[in-house]
Structure formats: C-alpha cells, structure tokens
Design a protein around this ligand. Structure first.
Ligand code: SF4
Ligand code: SF4
Length: 90
C-alpha cells in the first residue's frame, strides 16, 4: 500500500467490536499515517473501553476511510470490504 496520503484509496470498513482486544495498534497506525507520531490521541479511530471488558469502536468525522487501521488489526475487529462503497459500517 502506498502511504502517501494523496494516493490512498477509500475503502469500506466493517467493525466487529466483540473481537477487539484493545491493543490500540489501529490508533497508533492511524496517528503515524497522518501525524508521523505514534500517538493514540491523534488517531481518527477511537477504541472506547466500556463495561464488562468490552470495547466500542468509533471513527472521527474526518476519517479518510483509508483502511490502514484495518490492515493492521490482527484480531478481525476491523475488516476491509473492498467490494462495498466508500463508507464505514458498524
Ligand atoms: S480494532 Fe483491532 S487493532 Fe484496534 S484495538 Fe481493537 S483489536 Fe486492536
Ligand atoms: S480508515 Fe480512518 S481511522 Fe482508519 S487509518 Fe484511515 S483515517 Fe485512520
């Protein structure tokens, strides 16, 4: 994948929050892509810890739908649907 922002294709991302471990790799990769920092607070994806050790997955309004977060999710909590149209689904 070309990491130059101007060349990023938009993808459809499906979320499976029940698979999320809270590792925050997605947040780190997103912040690195757009700010060249491993800084979860600068991510466009947010993993929100909820009760009973479950997590919610949310996206900022300015998410680019680039799919990089999903490329790095090793647990199947973020799935790229290359056949879908360009939006994030829950
Ligand atoms: S969505 Fe995937 S990469 Fe992000 S915190 Fe959950 S398991 Fe980790
Ligand atoms: S799809 Fe959105 S949240 Fe995921 S890496 Fe791209 S900009 Fe960040």
């Amino acid at each position: 994948m070309n990491l130059n922002e101007g060349n990023i294709k938009m993808v459809n991302i499906k979320t499976n929050p029940e698979n999320c471990t809270g590792c925050l790799i997605c947040q780190l990769q997103c912040s690195f892509q757009y700010y060249k920092e491993f800084n979860p607070s600068k991510s466009k994806i947010f993993i929100i810890q909820s009760e009973y050790d479950t997590r919610n997955i949310d996206f900022a309004d300015d998410c680019k739908n680039c799919g990089i977060c999903a490329e790095y999710c090793a647990y199947g909590a973020l799935i790229i649907d290359r056949k879908g149209d360009n939006k994030i689904e829950n």
